[in-house]
Unconditional design. Structure first.
Length: 424
């Protein structure tokens, strides 16, 4: 199926949908807060608590470890449940747990253990929210508007990643690093209010009472294992995420301690690097139209991976410029490819299995992220931060070989939707 850019009539129709506008506004605000917090939490660890490189890597790992621990059962629960109420509960839990961080800091009792627990609990809420959100979007907008909806939402996320680090740096310089976490708390509150105003109904499954949770989890796993396209994408994403998060988990340490950047400079560098993601989101539809969805995805990944090699080069102002260029280039490729593959999965996977299929792929994809975070922290302590960045960049390039030798390489477009049940 060729996911060409939507016709102008559909484009206007999507923007006239009140429920989509509310979802879009809430998620944009929440993503901005999360982008601020993604820089603020490591800054709190490095600047306020004087954490080691390994501990900073552990903080990144804690936020993503729940995908390994809770991803598979979460997918089954999402398929059983109404998605919107679950998303509201998840945002409320995240708001409460991250609010405890600035409160503890103001009381003078904040510890690294507190940060790790908050990151882990917030990560569990994120698992359930992400799975429910991805299953809810096709219900909200319909299949023919998915590419545009994903493009707009991914574009908002990329814009948040531009503004978030800069805002985190400014807040850290003016009010202390913990103030960025407070901004994340406020953003979750806005997202909860927006979701409460969405009116689109949904019908939960009614056949779950007789089925055991493990059997439902097994259905999702079997679908992924037997499907060559999902199996290839999952394997590639896991390898890529290990390398990418091994790189990102120690980037604040590298910028602060090796390139001598202050909080404001770190925020600016990461914001400029994040601008590539915004460009990539706007590019996805054009790439799909010109090259095809599958070929366009492959081209985006082949462009993005080598750009990571620029990150560890040089020092001082030159090093900061090259690090920014690396982030911009990887953002262009990775975000565009995420729009294309995200839309493909939403169109390809049977709706009744979508939560479990997504959980099965995400448990490995996102479960690889804490491994990458731990790996970055351990290697940063043992062989050096710059050397670890080089190693992770090389691993990122090597991960693309999975795509070059898989079933996606000869395709112009991703295959059409599967309407059958679980493969035998």
């Amino acid at each position: 199926m060729t996911a060409a850019p939507p016709a102008p009539a559909l484009r206007g129709e999507l923007l006239r949908m009140r429920d989509f506008r509310l979802l879009w506004a809430g998620e944009t605000t929440s993503m901005l807060g999360s982008s601020v917090a993604s820089v603020a939490l490591p800054l709190v660890a490095v600047v306020t608590l004087h954490a080691s490189t390994f501990t900073v890597g552990l903080l990144t790992a804690a936020a993503w470890l729940p995908w390994l621990l809770a991803g598979l059962p979460a997918g089954a629960w999402v398929d059983r449940s109404r998605k919107r109420p679950m998303m509201q509960v998840c945002n409320t839990v995240s708001m409460a747990v991250f609010a405890s961080v600035p409160i503890a800091a103001w009381l003078g009792v904040l510890t690294m253990t507190h940060l790790l627990v908050a990151a882990t609990v917030g990560g569990v809420a994120k698992v359930f929210f992400t799975l429910a959100y991805r299953a809810y979007l096709p219900i909200l907008v319909g299949g023919e508007r998915l590419l545009e909806a994903n493009t707009r939402l991914q574009g908002s996320e990329s814009a948040a990643q531009i503004a978030g680090p800069g805002l985190a740096g400014l807040l850290a310089q003016a009010f202390g690093a913990v103030s960025g976490v407070l901004a994340d708390v406020v953003s979750f509150g806005v997202a909860v209010l927006c979701l409460r105003s969405v009116r689109a109904g949904e019908t939960p499954r009614v056949d779950t009472a007789e089925r055991r949770l493990l059997a439902e989890i097994r259905d999702g796993l079997r679908f992924v294992v037997h499907d060559p396209y999902l199996r290839t994408l999952t394997t590639f994403s896991a390898m890529s995420n290990i390398a990418l998060m091994g790189f990102k988990s120690i980037q604040v340490v590298y910028l602060a301690r090796h390139l001598g950047a202050g909080p404001g400079q770190i925020g600016m560098v990461l914001a400029l690097a994040g601008a590539g993601g915004l460009f990539g989101a706007t590019l996805a539809g054009r790439v799909a139209s010109r090259f095809g969805t599958a070929r366009g995805f492959l081209l985006c990944e082949m462009f993005a991976a080598p750009m990571t090699l620029l990150g560890p080069i040089g020092g001082g102002a030159t090093g900061l410029a090259l690090f920014t260029a690396a982030g911009f280039g990887t953002g262009v490729g990775f975000v565009a490819s995420n729009v294309l593959t995200g839309t493909f999965r939403q169109q390809y996977c049977p709706a009744e299995l979508f939560g479990r299929i997504t959980a099965s792929t995400s448990a490995l994809n996102y479960g690889a992220i804490p491994l990458g975070g731990l790996l970055g922290g351990v290697l940063g302590e043992t062989i050096g931060v710059r050397e670890t960045l080089w190693l992770m960049a090389a691993a990122q390039v090597l991960s693309v070989t999975v795509l070059l030798f898989g079933p996606i390489r000869p395709l112009r477009d991703f295959p059409p939707p599967r309407r059958s049940g679980v493969p035998a």
